[in-house]
Design a protein around this ligand. Structure first.
Ligand code: RB5
Length: 142
């Protein structure tokens, strides 16, 4: 898969580990930083990821900040982006199955790296259920 990833300083270490795991699995990564733990503004690292997803240049996106909320709010400004904030494994599954999320948003300050890697694994390996959920997802955009 083609996967875009971005984070702010709160998610820097998580991003590195996620990229390492996904590259070893053969995925093509599009990395939009941030490249260190110096304080940055999360939208600067979200817009390039969201644009790639919005334009269907990648299959999925992954975003990380302290709470996951800032990155989710920014990414969801794009018409074709469905970014879901996930803090446990069941929510990751449901966010794919019911919401057809194409961007996973992780709250680095509230989950550990092991959980983050597991959530990414689940996100990539869970399918949208369609059916009544497609009807609902189709109603999201105004
Ligand atoms: C950075 O301190 C923090 O505000 C950011 O990572 C994120 O939680 C914003 O939503």
């Amino acid at each position: 898969m083609k996967i875009a990833i971005g984070c702010d300083h709160a998610g820097y270490q998580y991003r590195l580990e996620i990229i390492d795991m996904l590259e070893k699995l053969g995925h093509e990564m599009f990395d939009f930083g941030t490249d260190g733990d110096a304080s940055v503004d999360y939208p600067d690292h979200v817009h390039p990821v969201a644009q790639k997803v919005d334009n269907a240049e990648v299959d999925l996106g992954i975003l990380i900040c302290g709470t996951g909320n800032g990155v989710a709010m920014t990414a969801n400004k794009y018409k074709n982006v469905r970014a879901g904030l996930c803090w446990n494994e069941e929510i990751v599954s449901l966010t794919r199955q019911h919401n057809n999320a194409n961007v996973l948003c992780l709250p680095a300050r509230f989950i550990n790296i092991k959980e983050a890697l597991q959530f990414v694994h689940v996100f990539l390996n869970t399918d949208f259920e369609g059916g009544r959920h497609k009807r609902r997802v189709d109603k999201i955009c105004m």
